[in-house]
Design a protein around this ligand. Structure first.
Ligand code: ZN
Length: 855
């Protein structure tokens, strides 16, 4: 490790800040390399605090002047901030600092992207703009004046006044500094109006660069639907006169919920049928909703400290999932959410980076914007809702908003409103916030004299720093089917609270087939011996759409595992059951497309490791290829008909119905290509009039070979469009055959358009390659070295994104000794770098420590 081992912060050490802030006034005079920020801040002693030391965070700031109540002061300055003696009564702090946004490549604080100024302050970026108590429990109204010779000057809240080269904004809602935002640029708006349920007239604008004009309609439409939905479902109305959204090309994350001024990665705003896929449209709708919903769950009610991050993120993900389910197919949304949860969160929970939904310590908070805090946090709320019922949930949320509006809260506050509104004791349920790791629920059963008994056992494996686990409260939704396929017990929820428990069902005529964990009612791994016939039965008869899909998925997983370990042929029971689903016109095409998607290579590696085997990435890749070909052959009679039938007549629409048809059609195209050498995929590519079909066909060609010409044509056609070219870069790295993947990826990094300082482009290539399991885990170690080299390079420029990408190494400890040695060497090479960021230092430290234990 580096000798600058990052110092952790602990949840247990929380103390309130010694002062309250009554008002912030900022004056920002923009200049690429010499922006001046003048701050005038009204402080007053905090009666709830004992520690009255006056410390303001500040990083990379040049202090020009500072004064208290008009008298110049000379504070003591460190790399983290400043301290200064202050009066014991209310006082006014004034400071002027200079910063250089054009030199800010970390994309945190005030920075420049394509000639525009923008900010990213969550989690701790405001301290790079001015000296301030940069912590979420310090909330204040902000008034901002911007001077700069750009036509559009934006900040939070309502516009106050403006003239040539300046604008003034006032945000009346007290907020923490992480929600501050400022944008300046040559921008054009797509606009509309919205009248809230409270009668407020709101001006809505989506700001983009002039070249992107015309690509903001879907984002705006999604915003309006989100506003309406939050009024109807949660009773939450918007609270300012304007709502601005800005699309930015260089952005570390997806988007940011700054009060009244959401800033977005342009990939989650810009869309046209020619340039955006169905998935892009879906993501835009979801993320626009997510950031908008933060206005109440995040902005009006925020977090006391960053350990409480899931208070806003878990809840807001849960809310955006409900929204997407309402806008589209609830069943398909649930299946997709669970696929993501398993691919990202289960992987995290099962590896060296496992941590609870509410972590107890961190060195760099940016490293904790994780699948666990977001997605598992959302699952925990879903379980809570299932346990207390929709009415109880609604009462608890009403109480939450009524009681905590304007406050910075904790997970305890959140659970308290549920206890009060529903009378339920949540002491044991709270363990979901403090225990890391995915619980295993083991199920055995017996049947005698019409009585069916389920024996249930739960156990959570140890995770780094947590050896002992206690039983959790697990809502297990289940139904029972009779052998002829009738449902004899509709969905019922059993609450597991103990390590071992039984559930008894009486008066059954025959031994039933259980449908367990319906709707994926808890983020757990179900362990139960089951036959392929039983799974095929559930795939055919289950009334719960999630479990119907799950039955097929687990069958496919077993088939693939058997092919890896025993070189078996795919079970006919599975192929026939799959054919029946694909043929079933009563089923949603989107669902049928999902049924045709095989478990990914990483999921299979995980499943193998779980059974005590050492996964071989190449064998997994090969088995998956063979299964795809077997499916292609077995279902051959269906493909051509499906392909013809699923064509979408009329102009492109991003709605769920057409998107589902396109997904099923492209799935058919993919399987057909294994039989016709890709002829139809070539034709599909040439004829495509939307990006879903164009990129869909290109993916098929990349997987089955013969994509070279299509790739060239695509690059000639789209070379000018960054977002489209991200797809071109990403697909090649992700889909390259194992033996070529390192070379292909290296060539991509040498491409003139590999603008690696742009996070989207870096993610496309390096992230895309990391997702190519067989390529990344190349036995030579060349994949590890390639990624390590790029992480080192990016870390010097943008620590936040570099550290996030280091999760490529999350699973290294599960492989064979040769691979482990090489991965460990690559990680140690990163760790040994001089000047490594705190972000990356913490990540490689954690990745190495737990891996060494496992080794
Ligand atoms: Zn969020």
């Amino acid at each position: 490790m580096t000798d600058a081992a990052p110092q952790p912060v602990f949840l247990k050490d929380y103390t309130p800040f010694g002062f309250l802030v009554d008002q912030v006034e900022l004056n920002v005079h923009l200049h690429p390399t010499a922006t001046r920020v003048r701050a005038k801040i009204a402080f007053r002693p905090n009666p709830a605090a004992r520690d009255r030391r006056f410390f303001l965070h500040g990083e990379d700031l040049t202090l020009i002047s500072a004064a208290i109540d008009g008298t110049p002061v000379t504070p003591e300055i460190t790399p983290e901030g400043l301290s200064c003696p202050v009066p014991e009564a209310p006082f006014t702090w004034e400071a002027e600092v200079e910063i250089a946004p054009a030199e800010n490549t970390a994309l945190e604080g005030l920075y420049m992207s394509n000639g525009m100024y923008c900010t990213q302050c969550e989690a701790e970026g405001f301290r790079k703009i001015t000296f301030y108590p940069d912590r979420p429990d310090v909330m204040a109204p902000f008034r901002v004046r911007i001077d700069g010779d750009l036509p559009v000057l934006l900040s939070n809240g309502n516009p106050v006044a403006q003239g040539a080269g300046w604008a003034e904004w006032n945000d009346p809602w007290p907020k923490p500094s992480y929600l501050f935002a400022l944008v300046a640029g040559e921008l054009v708006a797509t606009s509309d109006r919205f009248t809230t349920s409270e009668g407020r007239e709101v001006a809505l604008n989506v700001w983009v660069r002039p070249a992107d004009q015309g690509k903001a309609d879907y984002a705006l439409d999604s915003l309006i639907r989100s506003m309406k939905w939050d009024e109807e479902v949660y009773g939450r109305a918007y609270d300012l006169d304007v709502f601005n959204i800005v699309a930015v090309d260089d952005f570390n994350m997806g988007a940011m919920e700054n009060k009244g001024l959401n800033v977005f990665n342009s990939r989650y705003v810009l869309a046209s049928p020619e340039t955006a896929t169905d998935r892009d449209y879906e993501n835009i709708e979801r993320i626009i909703a997510h950031e908008y919903f933060h206005n109440w769950t995040g902005d009006r009610i925020t977090c006391r400290d960053w350990f409480q991050l899931s208070l806003k993120e878990g809840l807001t993900v849960f809310r955006d999932s409900q929204f997407s389910a309402d806008m589209r197919s609830a069943a398909v949304k649930r299946i997709e959410d669970v696929m993501t949860l398993r691919a990202r969160q289960f992987r995290e929970d099962n590896g060296p980076l496992a941590h609870p939904v509410r972590p107890e310590s961190y060195a760099e908070i940016n490293n904790f914007y994780t699948a666990t805090v977001y997605e598992k946090g959302a699952e925990v709320i879903g379980m809570l809702r299932r346990l207390v019922g929709p009415e109880g949930y609604a009462r608890a949320l009403d109480l939450y908003f009524a009681r905590h509006d304007g406050q910075a809260c904790t997970i305890e506050d959140w659970l308290q409103v549920f206890e009060e509104a529903t009378g339920r004791d949540l002491t044991r349920f709270k363990r979901w916030y403090s225990q890391a790791g995915t619980p295993r629920v083991k199920v055995t059963e017996d049947f005698k004299d019409g009585t069916y008994t389920l024996h249930l056992e739960q156990k959570t494996p140890p995770t780094p720093g947590q050896d002992e686990k206690l039983p959790q409260v697990i809502p297990l939704a289940l139904g029972l089917l009779s052998p002829n396929g009738d449902e004899v017990l509709p969905t019922t929820v059993i609450e597991l609270t103990e390590a071992r428990q039984e559930a008894v069902f009486e008066g059954l005529a025959a031994k039933p087939v259980p449908s367990l964990l319906r709707g994926f009612s808890a983020p757990v791994i179900l362990e139960r011996d089951s036959t392929p016939e039983e799974r095929a039965f559930l795939l055919a008869h289950d009334t719960d759409p999630f479990n119907k899909w799950e039955a097929g998925r687990s069958l496919a997983r077993e088939v693939l595992i058997a092919m890896v370990t025993e070189d078996a042929a795919p079970a006919p029971a599975w192929l026939d059951a799959l054919a029946a689903v694909v043929r079933d016109e009563a089923l949603d095409p989107a669902f049928r497309a999902l049924a045709l998607r095989l478990p990914g290579e990483d999921e299979l590696a995980e499943a193998l490791a779980d059974r005590g085997a050492v996964p071989d990435p190449l064998a997994i890749h090969a088995a998956r290829e063979r299964v795809k070909t077997a499916v292609a052959r077995h279902l051959d009679p269906l493909w051509a008909g499906l392909y013809a039938q699923m064509a979408c007549p009329g102009p492109y629409s991003p709605g769920a119905a057409d998107a589902g048809r396109r997904a099923l059609r492209l799935a058919a195209l993919g399987y057909m290509a294994r039989l016709d050498g890709g002829a139809r995929a070539q034709a599909h590519f040439s004829a495509a009039d939307n990006m879903t079909d164009e990129i869909g066909a290109l993916s098929v060609l990349l997987e089955t070979g013969g994509a070279d010409e299509a790739l060239d044509r695509f690059a000639r056609r789209w070379g000018h469009d960054r977002l489209v070219m991200d797809k071109w870069f990403g697909l090649q790295a992700t889909l390259a055959a194992p033996e070529r993947a390192v070379a292909v990826t290296r060539a991509l990094t040498e491409h003139a358009d590999f603008t690696w300082k742009n996070p989207n482009r870096f993610r496309a290539v390096i992230g895309g390659f990391s997702a190519n399991a067989a390529g990344f885990h190349d036995a030579s170690g060349a994949g590890y070295d390639l990624v390590a080299d790029w992480l080192i390079r990016l870390d010097a420029v943008n620590p936040q994104t570099a550290a996030r990408m280091s999760t490529a190494f999350e699973t290294w400890a599960r492989y064979d000794e040769g691979r482990r040695e090489k991965a460990q060497a690559a990680l140690e090479r990163i760790a040994a770098r001089e000047g490594l960021s705190r972000d990356m230092g913490e990540m490689v430290g954690r990745l190495l420590a737990a891996g060494r234990i496992a080794a």
